[in-house]
Ligand binder design. Structure first.
Ligand code: NIG
Ligand code: FE
Length: 422
């Protein structure tokens, strides 16, 4: 049991699970000043103002032997970030391409030369499951201490049935060995392997006929993803894959409109995807379709930042009434960082979102975008106790403002203070 006392600001307090924060509601962030928070059995049991702490139904437990008391004077408590789009299982790194980019090559040019995703796939195919797990765990440990408490992880660097399954097994092992909330997404259609270059539809056949049934049969994925964009997979191919996924109970969460007006957003909405992600190319029609849907627009400003590309029109989307989630896209090619504190800064600086909006986008809306809104994303009684305590900072606005620094002092996941590595 943990009692956190004298919390300067308890952030994102919601009496009941709130599924999404949309439009003008994104600028509202409920906080409690001078608060306490009580955690038992890995769950948020109670919270309130210090002035009324004696009224808590659990007050008699607060002074008991089994309760550890943490004094959070001058500090803020947040629900952990829900990072709903990552590729943290990958082999090695791609700083050589980074240098090519500095010298002037574009992301698409690098991909066409056999670099990019195919480069990571070659490496991953040669890497053992154990080594992949170890490499991924270093990243998981890193983002855990940076405030992430729930993370969605995709396959997509395997590109053969065996190697895709290998990646998904690594994700399952991460789920079994860390206190993070993990969701797994099958992304067999991330890129077309070199040997299928002129026979792309044959690769799609393999995804549909071989990979999806095996992945679903072994219960290895929660969702299905397709990179629906110029130079990658077409709308028709995406539809085929999403349909096959639906038949096996896998809901879509797709990469769309990063490189062009690809039709990916409309396709995602048509198939009731849980989220459509990237969205650098979003116009009026895309916004209209999203407004009529239950699909979460998810923005990944770390990728546009790293690639030096245009940012998605977040302001337009929110002002039109849409919700927006923010995620890191942690991957070796377009966003080699999973730091959600920095993603929030980019949200403010580059997407012109308010501090309240980036916090809602990284908590409540992120939780929705990965299907964990019933248990994460807010300080709500009954939710999993995944939270963090900041260092002494003036207010929540300071977090995105003072970019590049780590503002977190203590991380608590499933009700335990996290001190070391997993
Ligand atoms: O989300 N856009 C497609 N996939 C990844 C990039 C993966 C890579 O380059 O390795 C992304 O940006
Ligand atoms: Fe991605």
């Amino acid at each position: 049991m943990i009692l956190i006392k004298n919390i300067k600001l308890l952030v994102q307090v919601q009496e009941k699970t709130v599924k999404i924060a949309a439009g003008s509601r994104m600028a509202e962030l409920p906080v409690l000043k001078d608060a306490f928070l009580y955690i038992r059995d890995g769950v948020i049991m109670d919270y309130g103002e210090m002035a009324s702490i004696e009224d808590s139904a659990f007050y008699n437990e607060f002074t008991g032997n089994g309760t550890e008391t943490v004094d959070a004077s001058g500090r803020l408590v947040f629900p952990s970030f829900c990072d709903s789009h990552t590729h943290v299982v990958f082999a090695g790194s791609r700083e050589i391409e980074y240098i090519d980019k500095i010298k002037g090559l574009s992301y698409e040019e690098i991909a066409k030369r056999g670099g990019g995703i195919l480069n990571s796939a070659r490496l991953l195919q040669r890497t053992s499951e154990d080594s992949l797990y170890e490499q991924a765990m270093r990243r998981i440990n890193e983002i855990m201490m940076l405030g992430t408490g729930a993370v969605e992880i995709k396959s997509g660097y395997g590109l053969t049935p065996e190697d895709e399954i290998k990646m998904l097994r690594v994700i399952r092992r991460i789920k079994d060995t860390t206190p993070m909330i993990i969701r797994s997404t099958f992304l067999g259609a991330h890129a077309v392997p070199a040997e299928y270059k002129k026979r792309q539809s044959e690769y799609v056949d393999i995804v549909v006929n071989e990979m999806i049934p095996r992945v679903a049969g072994e219960g290895l994925a929660d969702y299905i993803d397709v990179f629906c964009d110029r130079g990658f997979f077409t709308v028709e191919e995406t539809e085929r894959i999403l349909e096959a996924g639906q038949k096996h109970g896998l809901r879509g969460k797709i990469h769309a409109n990063e490189l062009d007006f690809s039709g990916g957003i409309q396709t995602g909405v048509k198939y009731n995807a849980l989220s459509v992600d990237h969205l650098e190319f979003t116009g009026e029609d895309e916004i209209e379709k999203l407004l009529e849907s239950g699909t979460m627009p998810t923005l990944l400003p770390g990728a546009a930042f790293f690639l030096g590309m245009d940012y998605p029109p977040a302001r337009k989307m929110i002002d039109a009434g849409l919700p927006v989630a923010l995620a890191s896209d942690y991957n070796p090619g377009s966003s080699p960082s999973g730091n959600m504190q920095f993603v929030m800064s980019l949200g403010c600086i580059k997407l012109r979102m308010l501090p309240e909006e980036v916090i809602n986008a990284s908590t409540i809306n992120g939780a929705y975008a990965m299907g964990v809104d019933e248990k994460a994303g807010s300080i709500t009684k009954g939710h999993v106790a995944n939270i963090f305590i900041t260092k002494e900072i003036p207010g929540y606005e300071f977090m995105p403002y003072s970019y590049g620094s780590d503002h977190i002092d203590k991380v608590i996941l499933k009700g335990r203070i996290i001190t070391g590595q997993f």
